[in-house]
Structures are given as C-alpha cells and as structure tokens.
Design a binder for this molecule. Structure first.
Ligand code: HAM
Length: 418
C-alpha cells in the first residue's frame, strides 16, 4: 500500500504554489518598502522558550505543541509561532546593542496539533513581521498600515482590520478582577475549558465560540473602560494616526488573543469568507516579552498572517505561469532546430516549451493550448525548405513570417518582448 502524508500536513502542488509565490513576493516587496529585513529562524527551539513567552495556560502550550526529547535528552519543540524565536535571536545576537530598533520579517512553516479543518492545519505557514525598540503609537499605526497595504496590493477587499487594547500589567489585573466578578454569577454557563481557565486566563471566555460562553459574557465589562491613563492615551493616538493616513479599522472590545505576551494594541484581520477560521492575520504589541526572555526592557510589536488562509481568499484569482513561446516541430530535423532555438531563447530570458516526444502537429497544438503560451512558432519540413516559419501571437491572433536565418533569435526576442 502506498504511504500517504501525515494528517494536517499538506503538499503545495504546482498550480497552487504560484499563488504562494505571489503572496510571498508581495509581502517581501511591501515590507521592504517599510524598511524591514528578512530574518531566518530555525524550526526547532527549546520548549522552555514557548512556555515562557506564549504562556503555560494557553491552548498552544497546554495542548498543541509538537514537543519531544531529542537523542541528547534535550526538550525541544517545533515552533508553533515565530515571535518567540525572533525575539530569542534578537537577544542572543545582541542585535539591540547595535540598534534597539530592529525591523524584521520572516516566513515559513509553524506547527500546532489542532483539529484540522478548512483553513486550519497542523503544519501551516506564516508570514510575520516584528518591530522592536519603539513605544510610540506611530509604529502601531505603521504596522497596521503596512498590513493593510499588503492586502490591498493583493487586490483583496477582505479581510478587514479590527483593533483593541489589552492594557498593561498596571491596568489589566483590575480588568481581570472586574471580569471575574462579572463571570462569577454566570460560571455555570461557561464551557468546561473556560471554567477551568476562570482563574488562570478568564479573558479567553470573551472570544470563546461556545454558546454558553457567548451568553455568559453578554454585557461583560470592556477592557477599554479599565485602561490606565498611559494605555488609554496610547490607544487614542494609535487611532488618530490610523485616521491620519486613512487606514480603515473597527474597534472590537471583545478581542483577546490566544498568546499571553500581548500588551496594549492588539489586532486581527478578519474575514467572513473562511467559516470558523476568521482570522487571516493577527498580532499586537508585546512590551514585556524581550525582558521576560532575559533581554533588556525593549518594547515590540508585530503580526503574523496564515498563508493558507490568504491563499484561500485568493482562490478565484488565476496565477498559472504562461510560457512566452511554444515551438511546434514536425520531423527530426525540425525537432533538432526547435531544441536548439529553445535553449538559445531560454538563455536570453524567454520561457519556451516544446513537445519532447515530437507527436503530431495536432497534438502539439493541443499542448500549446494547454500551456496557454503567448506565441507559437511552427517549424515543419516546408518551413525548413523555404527557411521561414509562422510566429503567431495567440492573444491577438496576428501572425508574421520569420526567416529561419542567423538573425532568427534576435527577431523572436524582439517580437516577444515587444
Ligand atoms: P496567532 O494568532 O496564533 O498569532 O497566529 C497568526 C495567524 O496564523 C492566524 O491569524 C492564522 O491566520 C494563522 N494560523 C494560526 N494557526 C493556524 C493553523 N492551525 N492553521 C492555519 N493557519 C493558522 C501568532 O502566531 C503571533 N506570533 C502573531 C504575532 C506576531 N504577534 C506579534 N507578532
């Protein structure tokens, strides 16, 4: 019996991969406009890194990590997200000594043992960005503007931006207590998970999908009412900078995040097009994370998008690559000439296809159609005899005779490149 892949781990095949390459290239282009540089981080990290950053009482750390002991007895984990690794690298390489402001982006696979469904996988891919060293709300607005710009460049009208503030260690404890007393009266309505995390992580009840939790949290106090002066000013300024540059957003006071490191601004890019998996990108500020991981007191902010989810939003768009030219050749001599031409044109930056097996003209033209090539050149015995062949523009339907002489390659390049 043939061996199949592991559940929740997917192949990305040609046909689909062009969409991914387009998403990745768009991210690189847009992020670099905003001064970000790429960082490549390893897939495996010490388990402790994620326990300390994401938080012991989160779903990710409690039940979703791919953790194991390696042959040396070290406890390691396949990264469930990128922020912790980027900050570990930032501290380990003392990047802050050179400049506390680091503007970094990354892309690659992440691993979470979740129940797979549309838009949710066990190996999934993120494109993320992290900016350290700036507490000014201008950077919050810039990160959100860059993310919005990225989706605009992809030509998507969804997803839309929702923002919230989760306060800081100074004001959040008061809010937690207020929320706990509100929920105390309704604790029987909460699902088992939210009952269990009532003490450790009561805010999660606010975004829990279970009907009981939704009922229980109706009319719950909002974090925004509990922000301290500094957090409230920060949130107000973030909003006014967003308005200043025309980045659209809505406030979602019930948004809480599934990772513990967030402070102040948090956000999600949400869509209604992917069923339960509504978050296409998400992130926020993490002003305490770098010091929590043993580095200096340097603030940070960032986000990550799920590439599979972005690709699903682009489902309707066509990304298949088109060759510039298909050369159909009849007979052995013509076939050799087509092969020579193909090699010379490819070396000159023209994408060329031929039919390797030299089948009938009809079947070769079917292949040209399948490739959807922009031009075709047909070389048969007649063409070789009169030293001229028809070069046809498949989009415009126009055709011109091209002499099969020493200037052929230059002429074909001129026609194709326009
Ligand atoms: P997150 O909300 O856990 O945040 O994940 C970010 C995005 O990754 C989600 O919005 C979703 O699009 C995608 N994603 C997450 N889990 C899956 C899955 N199982 N299958 C498919 N896609 C998924 C973080 O990971 C933070 N590190 C984001 C961040 C960066 N915050 C600050 N900087």
């Amino acid at each position: 019996m043939a061996i199949t892949g592991v559940k929740g781990f997917n192949d990305i095949l040609p046909g689909e991969v062009e969409k991914w390459q387009h998403i990745e290239a768009t991210a690189r282009r847009v992020f670099e406009l905003y001064g970000l540089s790429e960082i490549r981080i390893p897939i495996l990290e010490k388990t402790e890194l994620f326990c300390r950053s994401i938080g012991d009482a989160t779903d990710i750390v409690e039940k979703e990590m791919y953790s194991f002991e390696d042959k040396g007895g070290n406890k390691v984990t396949m990264r469930p997200e990128g922020t912790a690794s980027v900050m570990r690298a930032f501290i380990e390489h003392k990047m802050h000594a050179l400049d506390p402001v680091a503007r970094l982006y990354y892309m690659g696979p992440m691993f979470r043992y979740e129940r797979p469904q549309k838009g949710r996988y066990r190996q999934f891919h993120q494109i993320g960005a992290e900016i350290t060293g700036v507490s000014s709300p201008t950077v919050d607005a810039q990160v959100l503007t860059m993310l919005t710009h990225f989706f605009q460049e992809l030509g998507l009208t969804e997803p839309s931006l929702q923002v919230n503030s989760l306060g800081c260690p100074c004001c959040r404890p008061n809010y937690r207590e207020a929320l706990k007393s509100f929920l105390y009266e309704r604790i029987e309505l909460l699902c088992d998970d939210c009952k269990r995390r009532y003490e450790t992580n009561p805010l999660r009840a606010l975004d829990c999908k279970s009907p009981g939790c939704q009922e229980a949290t109706k009319g719950a106090p909002s974090m925004l009412q509990y922000l301290c002066d500094d957090c409230s000013t920060h949130f107000g300024k973030t909003r006014s900078y967003l308005d200043l540059v025309g980045t659209p957003y809505a406030i979602n006071e019930r948004m809480v995040r599934g990772l513990d490191y967030y402070t102040r601004t948090t956000f999600e890019m949400v869509t209604t097009m992917l069923g339960a998996q509504s978050a296409v990108a998400a992130g926020g500020r993490y002003d305490g994370l770098i010091s929590e991981l043993g580095g200096p007191q340097i603030p940070g902010i960032g986000f990550a998008m799920g590439v599979e989810r972005v690709a699903l939003l682009l489902a309707e768009k066509e990304f298949a690559r088109r060759p510039d030219l298909f050369i159909a050749a009849i007979g052995e001599e013509a076939h050799a000439e087509a092969f020579r031409l193909m090699a010379a044109l490819q070396r000159n930056g023209i994408a060329v296809e031929i039919d390797y097996e030299g089948k009938s003209l009809k079947s070769q033209m079917r292949r040209a159609d399948k490739f959807n090539s922009r031009f075709t050149l047909i070389i048969g015995e007649d063409e070789l005899a009169k030293s001229a062949a028809p070069l046809k523009n498949m989009d415009g339907g126009t055709q011109e005779e091209i002499a099969l002489d020493a200037a052929l390659i230059a002429k074909v390049i001129k026609v194709i490149k326009g």
